[in-house]
Design a protein around this ligand. Structure first.
Ligand code: CP
Length: 335
């Protein structure tokens, strides 16, 4: 049995096979390889794209999706081993994961960090607990990484650019009024480096570096591929020559739990917005973002409406890559 928790556990060849299958499903269609199967989608946080694409993808493959929001329409869950459950939680993940495994062929989980203590959040305890107790494959629908988004991003880049190897991938931090999850930034770093791109991480200062786990993994991939991973705080040089601009906002890890202290730093960097002037510095780059995106805060209307913006294509590809993933984990992919 194989989980899909992080692309770090999957080789580039294995990921390429998923992308190839997704491409075939998209171009040629498919039968119902998951006929009679089911998937539980557990959302501890809001979603539009992930929920919709998984529900519809399961339906198109012949499977049934059950959406559960623990603490809202399903019982609150405890995760700590040995917990004395005299608080809000009505059941333990040990039972939840085993019971869902008895009904379903896949369990998928979205569980964002609590944003209080990164040393705790970085352990990804909720996802890890489901993977430990489940007896069916577990898919990460975004925790501290967002591997399904990685697949959609890479499929989109391959569709738009053909070969991605050795191209310059700019991952730029952007302003957002609130500190956001680092998951998509971590993931962009992982997938771009794994597929042999030259990655530049542009952020306001060293406090916005991503976790060493992901920086080191990207450096290891780059070393193997003969490419580079660089950090820059200079907008002009970072954009110059970029062939892909990928934007994301995230909270600085040293400020976890004391976000009021980060606010002045964040507010001083509104000019990291992706605009036409910055895009003009690139080598005719395409632009993307995982969405949702606040227009004229993270990127301007002109950028979002430009032909080079492929954010909607990337979102659309979530459907295809996740269908490939579900059939690979739980069925006969066919084709
Ligand atoms: N990109 C993404 O995961 O979107 P949702 O948060 O809407 O699911």
């Amino acid at each position: 049995m194989r989980h899909f928790l992080t692309t770090e556990d999957w080789s580039a060849d294995e990921l390429q096979s998923l992308l190839d299958l997704a491409g075939r499903y998209k171009r040629q269609g498919h039968g119902t390889p998951l006929d009679g199967k089911s998937i539980a989608l557990l959302f501890f946080n809001p979603s539009m794209r992930t929920r919709t694409s998984f529900e519809i993808g399961a339906f198109q493959l012949g499977a049934h999706a059950v959406v559960l929001q623990p603490g809202s329409d399903a019982w609150p869950i405890a995760f700590d081993d040995g917990a004395v459950m005299d608080g809000k939680a009505e059941e333990h993940v040990a039972e939840v994961a085993r019971v869902l495994s008895s009904y379903c062929d896949i369990i998928a989980v979205r569980a964002f960090p609590a944003f209080e203590d990164w040393s705790v959040d970085r352990q990804d305890n909720t996802l890890d607990a489901f993977a430990r107790y489940a007896t069916v494959p577990v898919i990460n629908m975004e925790t501290i990484v967002h591997p399904c988004q990685e697949l959609a991003l890479m499929l989109t880049l391959q569709e738009k650019l053909g070969t991605v190897t050795n191209r310059k991938f700019l991952l730029t931090w952007t302003y957002h009024p609130r500190p956001l999850n680092t998951a998509v930034a971590n993931s962009a770093l992982l997938i771009a480096s794994k597929f042999g791109m030259n990655v530049t991480l542009l952020c306001p200062n060293e406090d916005y570096r991503l976790d060493p786990r992901f920086m080191d993994a990207a450096q290891t991939s780059a070393h193997a591929a003969g490419t580079t991973v660089e950090i820059s705080h200079d907008i002009e040089s970072a954009y110059t020559g970029a062939e892909v601009v990928y934007a994301k906002s995230w909270g600085a890890l040293p400020y976890f739990g004391r976000w009021e202290d980060e606010k002045p730093v964040r507010d001083a960097h509104r000019h990291f917005i992706v605009d036409e002037a910055k895009m003009a510095l690139t080598d005719d780059a395409i632009f993307s973002h995982c969405l949702p995106l606040r227009r004229n805060v993270k990127a301007t209307d002109a950028v979002m409406d430009a032909d080079y913006c492929v954010a909607v294509d990337e979102a659309a590809n979530r459907l295809h890559v996740q269908k490939a993933l579900m059939t690979t984990l739980a069925g006969d992919p066919g084709l």
